[in-house]
Write a protein that binds this ligand. Structure first.
Ligand SMILES: [Cu+2]
Length: 83
């Protein structure tokens, strides 16, 4: 009944894979509803490619107490400070 890790940092274009290791179905659903997985049964997995940089939280649609943070970091090679 929790996302691991609770705070995930990726780069744009990275593929994120969620795997349900629990006994009950869960989803990974953006708090702002921008994206969602289908319900994942035990040992099912769902993948998503990280989009534009930004920080958001996501929850399980069935158990909103489950919450985690997803940070898509801006690429260091395209840093705004270089311009
Ligand atoms: Cu759940």
């Amino acid at each position: 009944m929790a996302f691991h890790p609770p705070d995930l940092q990726v780069s744009p274009g990275d593929t994120i894979v969620w795997i349900n290791r629990d006994f009950v179905p869960h989803t990974a659903t953006a708090r702002d509803s921008a994206w969602t997985s289908p319900p994942l049964a035990r040992d099912e997995r769902w993948r998503m490619v990280a989009g534009a940089p930004g920080t958001g939280t996501y929850i399980c649609a069935f158990h909103p107490v489950m919450e985690a943070r997803l940070v898509v970091e801006a690429s260091s090679s395209a840093s705004e400070s270089d311009r």
